[in-house]
Design a protein around this ligand. Structure first.
Ligand code: ATP
Length: 231
């Protein structure tokens, strides 16, 4: 028997996965995000492109539940308002730098998050390490990781719990060309292999354009590109 909540969710998953309407955040008199309305479909990679200070991080924080909107509405998997709590665990996010325990290995960092989520499945962590290309790092402590490796582990941490929506804020910031290519490959693999919906912010238009061939106009100085809409 499928309950009403589940039915509603199934209908919405086949349509819009995330929608915002008039999403606004004010800090005092300053509007960090001014009435952003976006519509994100299942299974696509979306790029958030905007200059420094355009409001990308603030917008993604509100969607992830890390910051409360001043006004406007967020709807994820068909849930909004107080009901958003029901689906928060299905949104994985990497906002700004990943919070890693430097004296621990990649496996140990992932293990802590798995314990918090109550995940005990054999081979689960190994699978995530493989997905983000860190299966061969062994006992190396994360404080000795390159920036690109840290970012990929941050993506791995965001994958714990099998989120349907992955939010990555500036995942290529500060990386060298090789690090950027590694993160780009990881993101493309996730979309292809897991049909995951991914929202990526960046101010580096050229790099995002390599992942996202079509641009669709968005509100304010944030733009949206969708691979899905190209196909
Ligand atoms: P960047 O590419 O530099 O990360 P961004 O597009 O992510 O920029 P935000 O970090 O969202 O931009 O910031 C948008 C605006 O909101 C900026 O003017 C910033 O100074 C301001 N802002 C962000 N967080 C706060 C805060 N906690 N208090 C006051 N102002 C803030």
């Amino acid at each position: 028997m499928i309950n009403a909540d589940k039915k509603k969710e199934m209908k919405n998953l086949s349509e819009m996965l995330l929608e915002t309407r008039g999403l606004t955040k004010r800090y005092g008199h300053h509007k960090a995000v001014d009435s952003v309305s976006m519509h994100i479909k299942k299974g696509a990679i979306y790029g958030f492109i905007g200059r420094n200070g355009a409001g990308k991080t603030t917008c993604l924080k509100m969607i992830s539940g890390l910051s409360r909107p001043t006004s406007g509405e967020i709807e994820i998997f068909g849930y909004k308002g107080k009901d958003l709590q029901k689906v928060r665990s299905r949104v994985g996010c990497l906002i700004e730098a990943p919070g890693l325990y430097g004296n621990m290995t990649a496996y140990e960092n992932l293990n802590i998050k798995c314990k918090l989520f109550g995940i005990k499945k054999a081979g689960y962590i190994e699978e995530i390490l493989k997905t983000v290309g860190l299966e061969h790092v062994g006992r190396k402590k994360t404080k000795h990781f390159s920036l690109g490796m840290k970012q990929r582990l941050g993506i791995g941490l965001a994958l714990v719990g099998e989120p349907d929506l992955l939010i990555l804020d500036e995942p290529i910031n500060g990386l060298d060309p090789q690090g950027i290519a590694e993160v780009r490959d990881t993101i493309q693999r996730l979309q292809k292999e897991r049909n995951m919906t991914i929202c990526i912010s960046s101010h580096i238009l050229e790099e995002l354009s390599k992942m996202l061939p079509i641009m669709e106009s968005f509100t304010m100085e944030v733009y949206c590109r969708s691979l899905q809409e190209k196909n």
